[in-house]
Design a protein around this ligand. Structure first.
Ligand SMILES: C[S@@+](CC[C@H](N)C(=O)[O-])C[C@H]1O[C@@H](n2cnc3c(N)ncnc32)[C@H](O)[C@@H]1O
Length: 430
């Protein structure tokens, strides 16, 4: 028996030996490449009796022709495949594992507390496909949209976990503020609660934990300020760690200084977790080794002709010098940071727009200058191809809040190694 469906004739032919399905499209509507009409017909042989009955029943039920039914099925399958996580139901097919960027696994991920997508850039660089993003700041959304052609969804606390597509890796740079030294001392000074007692930002970790519990991604990758682990004498970190471990994730953490990848001293804690049900208790994960040779010097990120407006006014420069002198006399080292052009700078903070004092660039006899927004982007490892579409103030804030994409890429490469190990060792189960 065989079935042929043809668009022109819309004829259905039953052949004797086996079923065959031919789907064909009108050649006038066919795509053309190099002047040639691309093949638009498809013949499928050896259709089982079971499948044949199912197709007939579905066509009767939906009152559509066999061609309409099969084309709609294929269209849906094509769309769905783009979004399928590797870990849905069965382990990934080995041939799917060969697709994606370069030779990496085509894993899917979501980008929560996305900022301007520092985590996304690092994950995409190793073959990740982003399925969903959330960021509530409208200026960050503007940058994110310009870079990834996607406006992230807003407040994560208002998003139902069911609205988040299934994914392999959950990436989140959950807000640092309640845990960072600057955030804590400011809140202490204001008599405000901090860490988990902070009813707004602190609780966002629990929002995140609820999403992880419900969506159960195979891997989680979180980033935060270094101080996360020492906040509240380690109690904050203890809650985070045990919450993730109780959900049966094997957790790895490391404070990584981005200075090996970009000319900036920037320490962030990176938390990587693997679902123990999938990877066991001892997945072979290691954080990346620092590149043997430092990737760049501070002078490498400088623009050749920075605008004059980035040079400090006499008033501001005078103020900064006097402020530093006063603090020196009191015995503490607070003050501006003049950069060694052949070394690395201090950490770029989200407050850089205020006076730029933590990273000042010497200009010989002239007053020093601050970084231009493009230099701030480079200092963070964001490539020049990404346009800066917000004001200087917003740009400094966004880069100062971000994670360094080359560091994320290095960590993500190590995660991919574990995914590859997983599929290799489970190949027999496919
Ligand atoms: C530390 S930053 C993340 C930076 C990001 N990793 C990057 O590379 O740009 C935290 C982000 O969480 C966002 N955020 C805070 N609360 C949020 C909420 N309730 N819903 C969505 N985003 C939120 C902030 O606007 C901020 O951009």
């Amino acid at each position: 028996m065989g079935l042929v469906i043809d668009t022109y004739l819309n004829a259905i032919l039953f052949l004797d030996s086996h079923w065959e399905i031919l789907i064909s499209c009108d050649s006038k509507m066919s795509p053309r490449r190099n002047g040639r009409v691309l093949m638009t017909s498809m013949l499928i042989r050896d259709i089982s009796g079971k499948l044949r009955s199912w197709i007939s029943e579905e066509c009767d039920r939906l009152k559509v022709s066999r061609q309409e039914f099969l084309l709609s099925l294929l269209t849906k399958a094509c769309d769905v495949d783009e979004r399928l996580p590797l870990f849905e139901g069965a382990p990934a097919q080995p041939d799917r594992a060969q697709q994606g960027a370069g030779r990496s696994l085509p894993f899917s991920f979501v980008d929560l507390f996305a900022g301007i997508g520092g985590l996304r850039l690092g994950l995409e660089a190793v073959g990740g496909r982003c399925l969903f993003s959330s960021e509530w700041d409208r200026y960050s959304q503007k940058t994110y949209n310009a870079w990834f052609n996607e406006v992230p969804k807003g407040d994560i606390t208002k998003i139902e976990p069911s609205e988040i597509p299934d994914h392999d890796v959950l990436a989140a740079g959950f807000p640092c503020q309640p845990f960072s030294i600057a955030g804590v001392s400011k809140k202490n000074a204001l008599g405000l609660p901090h860490g988990f007692k902070d009813v707004t930002q602190g609780n966002l970790f629990f929002t995140l934990a609820a999403i992880i519990r419900i969506k159960r991604p195979a891997v989680i990758m979180l980033e935060n300020v270094k101080n996360l682990q020492s906040h509240d004498q380690g109690r904050t970190w203890e809650v985070i760690r045990t919450t993730l471990e109780e959900m049966k994730y094997r957790i790895f953490t490391k404070v990584i200084d981005a200075a090996a990848w970009v000319p900036q001293h920037r320490e962030r804690v990176i938390i990587v977790g693997f679902d123990s049900f999938l990877f066991g208790c001892d997945p072979p994960f290691n954080f990346p080794k620092e590149p043997e040779k430092r990737c760049s010097k501070f002078r490498d990120i400088l623009e050749s002709y920075p605008d004059e407006r980035y040079t400090l006014s006499d008033h501001l420069w005078g103020y900064l010098k006097e402020y530093a002198q006063r603090h020196k006399e009191k015995g503490n080292g607070f003050g501006y940071g003049m950069v060694d052009l052949d070394g690395v700078s201090r950490t770029l903070s989200a407050r850089y727009f205020k006076d730029g004092s933590e990273i000042l660039i010497p200009q010989g006899n002239k007053n020093p200058r601050r970084l231009t927004p493009r230099e701030a982007a480079r200092l963070m490892g964001f490539p020049d191809r990404l346009p800066i579409v917000v004001s200087d103030t917003q740009a400094y804030r966004q880069f100062g809040n971000a994670v360094v994409p080359p560091v994320v890429e290095a960590v993500a490469k190590q995660v991919v190694k574990v995914l590859e190990w997983h599929f290799k060792t489970n190949m027999g189960e496919l």
